[in-house]
Write a protein that binds this ligand. Structure first.
Ligand SMILES: Nc1ccn([C@@H]2O[C@H](COP(=O)(O)O)[C@@H](O)[C@H]2O)c(=O)n1
Ligand code: G3P
Length: 404
């Protein structure tokens, strides 16, 4: 009996040692690959460095994703020389585009002088939809917000939003939208959310969906607490104005003048995730952990300072990330808003990829892409101005999941 116990103990110690060395090896190889990916991928210079479950109210798709085309003519994309290294088929793939900011107005420039092509951006979207349809393998498309520009004449807002939504609806599958500041400059939430077919209670615009038994997508509402989009007297408007008043001394609350470092995010064109939404996020991630879902978080506003300009960050990105970091299920966070795009890997090995804007494509150029989803990585294949990026999950997180 004692001898048997001793043998079992020795075996257990050996198994533990082997697990430890496996963890060590996986961790080292992960960081080597991540490091190579960051060096190889065109990151910003500032980079630091399923059950077929759909939210029940989520019936916004012209064509249900249940019958979307299975991967047929699979073509492996080229991503920074690392693409397809494993030669594996993706589990599924989806199209991505951000900041179309269409308006039927002459070309212009951002506050910082970057050219903006308001009429051409819808052509970029049109080309994206055609390409996604031709590829016949994308389960759905995600639009990262700001479909119409704030300079769109207000009497044309409704038509402009409808025009862009119609272009998205030419995609042969579901399209998941999220709201951005420019959407809210044009239309109040009451009008916007039904047009974007965002399931909503009381004007809230956050939701989740699970396209396969292994994955869950969480779409955050970054303008939950915001001075734009809610009625003037709404408690969320008041909370946002008070928040800004306490943190930004400028008369023009869109001006970061005098704000230092990360304080520069306290601008009117940004917003925050409110308390209720944070609690909802916590519940969703708990459930995802239980179901062993890998999670992708999508938000118009970036969630990591390494991936974007400080002026573009979600006001309470730190609160959101401290909820996310309590779990190991979130693998990648995707965003828009900061038009030049960016990529970082945070302290927990989560990738943050900010997508390049369709609005800033000179005529004849594009910015859209598709993401191949694997069990160990997301691989973004971008077109033209949208850079390609390999995003390997942190294997240490997976091992921790197994131990829980
Ligand atoms: N560094 C900045 C950026 C922007 N602003 C203000 O925000 C408005 C919107 O900016 P766009 O990038 O959409 O052009 C702009 O009109 C400025 O009021 C700023 O002050 N400083
Ligand atoms: O989308 P816009 O026009 O509000 O611009 C956002 C800025 O790029 C954030 O730095």
């Amino acid at each position: 009996m004692n001898q048997a116990h001793g043998v079992r103990q020795q075996t257990e110690i050996r198994v533990l040692l082997e697990l430890n060395s496996l963890l060590w090896l996986k961790t080292v190889s992960y960081w080597v690959v991540v490091h190579i990916t960051i060096i190889a991928s065109p990151s910003r210079p500032s980079d630091s460095e399923q059950t077929e479950k759909i939210t029940p109210s989520f019936s916004h798709c012209k064509n249900s994703h249940l019958d979307s085309a299975a991967p047929a003519s699979y073509m492996m994309g080229s991503t920074n020389g690392l693409a397809g290294a494993q030669g594996k088929q993706p589990l599924f793939s989806f199209g991505v585009i951000s900041d179309v900011q269409y308006a039927d107005i002459p070309d212009g420039r951002s506050f910082l002088g970057v050219p903006r092509y308001y009429r051409h951006s819808i052509v970029v979207l049109q080309r994206a939809v055609k390409r996604w349809n031709d590829q016949k393998r994308h389960k759905f498309v995600i639009n990262f917000g700001d479909i119409v520009d704030g300079f769109c004449p207000k009497d044309q807002s409704l038509d402009a939003v409808r025009r862009v939504v119609d272009k998205f609806e030419d995609f042969n599958g579901p399209v998941y939208h999220m709201i951005g500041n420019h959407c809210l400059y044009n239309l109040p939430r009451t009008k916007l959310l039904p047009l974007l077919k965002i399931p909503s209670v009381d004007g809230r615009a956050y939701y989740d969906f699970s396209p396969t038994p292994e994955f869950r997508f969480v779409v955050l509402d970054g303008y939950d607490i915001s001075a734009i989009g809610w009625p003037q007297e709404h408690p969320n408007t008041k909370e946002a104005l008070k928040f800004l008043e306490e943190r930004n001394p400028n008369t023009d609350k869109n001006s970061p003048a005098g704000l230092v470092g990360l304080e520069r995010r306290f601008l009117m064109f940004n917003g925050a995730v409110g308390k209720e939404q944070l609690e909802w996020l916590d519940d969703v991630l708990k459930e995802a952990t239980k179901l062993k879902h890998k999670v992708v978080i999508c938000c118009h506003l970036p969630l990591d300072p390494g991936s974007s300009a400080k002026e573009a960050l979600l006001w309470n990105y730190d609160e959101v990330m401290s909820v996310v970091h309590r779990f190991n299920c979130v693998k990648v966070c995707l965003a828009g808003h900061d038009h030049k795009g960016g990529h970082s890997v945070d302290s927990h090995g989560i990738h943050h990829r900010v997508l390049e804007a369709a609005l800033e494509c000179p005529p004849g150029t594009d910015a859209y892409g598709y993401i191949d989803v694997y069990d160990d990585k997301l691989e973004l294949t971008g077109t033209d101005r949208m850079k390609s990026t390999d995003m390997l999950y942190n294997p240490q997180a997976d091992l921790q999941d197994n131990w829980h």
